[in-house]
Design a protein around this ligand. Structure first.
Ligand code: 5GP
Length: 184
């Protein structure tokens, strides 16, 4: 844990503990960036950031990628349940890029039930990309309801509600440099 992380813990007493420190995140993101750079040599992939939660991950990850690439953004919301993913996705903001015949890397903050990303992949497949892969910082594997292939995963985490590094609680705490668990 860095001094910065400690500082945030003092400032925000409702954070119970740091689950993944900012150092650990940065180290792992660098590894993922290297893996992607090797896998996509000769290609010019499009990184699609799923808003809002994936923006810090996209920014850090693409700075560790050495192949030419583009970025684009998509915002989706889940129909129905406010607290539970239904998997029926409404597009709030669509891509600007044409992804036909392109290599697409979907960049997510966390895969929980898997319903949202599964629906999104299905939807983007209709646009005939050359390939679609998923890069997710976090994977709550034990919460999965739908199997989805995850190609690049930062960390597998237990079924706990986490905040920080893009992940919010009531739109707050996305700015924390680490992944934390809130006090119950
Ligand atoms: P899924 O369809 O995989 O269940 O939903 C994934 C989405 O649920 C994520 O993109 C994220 O917005 C939200 N989510 C899932 N688990 C957590 C969590 O622990 N903390 C926060 N802040 N959001 C979560």
């Amino acid at each position: 844990m860095t001094f910065d992380d400690q500082e945030y813990l003092r400032r925000y007493p409702f954070i119970e503990r740091v689950l993944i420190s900012s150092d650990e995140i940065q180290k792992r993101v660098r590894q993922l960036g290297n893996e992607i750079s090797i896998a996509y040599q000769g290609s010019q992939p499009i990184f699609v950031c799923i808003l809002k939660g994936a923006y810090p991950f996209l920014a850090d990850l693409t700075r560790c990628v050495s192949v030419d690439h583009e970025v684009d953004f998509m915002a989706v919301s889940s129909y129905g349940g406010a607290t539970q993913s239904t998997g029926v996705v409404k597009i709030e903001k669509d891509l600007k890029s044409n992804i036909t015949d392109r290599d697409v890397i979907l960049v997510e903050d966390i895969i929980d039930t898997g319903l949202t990303i599964a629906h999104l992949i299905e939807l983007l497949q209709t646009r005939a990309p050359r390939s679609i892969r998923v890069a997710s910082l976090l994977d709550k594997k034990s919460a999965r309801k739908k199997e989805v292939p995850l190609h690049y995963v930062g960390f597998e985490i237990p079924k706990e509600f986490v905040i920080g590094y893009g992940l919010d609680y009531d739109e707050k705490y996305r700015n924390l440099p680490f992944i934390g668990v809130m006090k119950a």
